[in-house]
Design a protein around this ligand. Structure first.
Ligand code: UD2
Length: 302
């Protein structure tokens, strides 16, 4: 993307800040972030920060003024938090997205919405494809399914250019910085570095589709220019890795003598998950580039 004015909501967060880095050289970048988990230190100098809540319609409209593309990453990303507080997380995740879509409608801006594989719930069949029924199993999953559908609806109803990206298990630099909700890879890396036990929940046979954040950025850039608007795409590698394999890779690459131990399985944990990347390859002309082992090797040297 070049010579555009773009808004990255959640731009001080894990994924948002990588997106900002990729955009800032050649575009005018604005960030809307409440800094609840985001960090100002992640933002390059040339970025305009609008500090505040995505539920604040006036503020969102102000941040969206004269914008060509909105990359909507702001969300409460914690599944457990959504189970604890369905209403407050719904307000942030759903009302916040509606505020963004409404502001974009005013500006006729394209919106790339961060959706999630959580929209699928426990898979009936694998790999998970975009045509599968949505059966979310957490308030977070319902909220993401809702905004994913709103993105499609805004395209159909108002002709707004929207794309929903269903992120699978994203990992990479800055994840879990400063505590808070983080993913298994950053937890394992931290444990291995500190020589602590690497805690595999259950027997470690559960699988996930781990996508490097740089590939998530590339998917967003593809979505900013694609003709395939009104569509939802998996952002996945199409391969599954077990949590035990993951633990072994991490310990090996960190060169740690940490032990891999089994702890209690997580209640309601999904046994297997990986996505079908065919639609994204064909219609979005996007495929992932970072192999999991390379991603882990790189993280282990940071
Ligand atoms: C991911 C997303 C979540 C939602 C969900 C949809 C992340 C961080 N979370 O949740 O937002 O989209 O997918 O299904 O990407 N584990 C261990 N030891 C640990 C921590 C985790 O064994 O110390 C296991 C855990 O039990 C699970 C797997 O690692 O089987 C992945 O856990 P996670 O929290 O990284 O991500 P997940 O798939 O629950």
């Amino acid at each position: 993307l070049v010579d555009r004015t773009v808004l990255v909501t959640g731009g001080a967060g894990f994924i948002g800040s990588h997106l900002v880095d990729a955009l800032v050289e050649e575009n005018e970048v604005r960030v809307l972030d409440d800094l609840s988990t985001g960090q100002v230190a992640r933002l390059p100098d040339d970025v305009e920060l609008v500090h505040g809540d995505v539920r604040n319609e006036e503020l969102v409209a102000h941040a969206t003024k004269d914008v060509d593309v909105v990359f909507h990453q702001a969300a409460n990303v914690s599944v457990p938090a959504s189970v604890e507080n369905p209403m407050t997380t719904d307000a942030v995740n759903v009302d916040g997205t509606l505020a963004v879509l409404e502001a974009a409608r005013e500006e006729d801006a394209r919106v790339v919405v961060a959706s999630s594989c959580a929209v699928y719930g426990d898979p009936l069949s694998l790999p998970l494809a975009e045509t599968d029924r949505l059966r979310p199993e957490s308030p977070y999953g319902v909220q993401k399914a809702t905004v994913d559908e709103y993105a499609r609806l805004y395209n159909e109803l108002y002709g707004l250019e929207t794309v929903a990206l269903r992120y699978f298990n994203v990992y990479g630099p800055r994840q879990g910085d400063g505590g808070g909700y983080s993913g298994v890879i950053s937890i394992f890396l931290e444990q291995a570095r500190n020589g602590e036990d690497v805690t595999v929940e259950g027997d470690g046979s559960q699988t996930r589709d781990f996508v490097h954040v740089s590939d998530v950025v590339r998917a967003n850039l593809a979505a900013a220019t694609t003709d395939a608007v009104g569509e939802a795409f998996n952002v996945c590698t199409g391969t599954e890795t077990s949590v035990l394999e993951l633990a072994e890779h991490v310990v090996e690459h960190v060169d740690s003598n940490a032990d891999i131990v089994n702890v209690e399985e997580r209640a309601g944990d999904i046994a297997r998950s990986y996505g079908d990347d065919t639609k994204a390859r064909h219609q979005l002309e996007f495929e992932t580039t970072v192999e999991l082992e390379d991603g882990i090797r790189d993280l282990s040297t940071r």
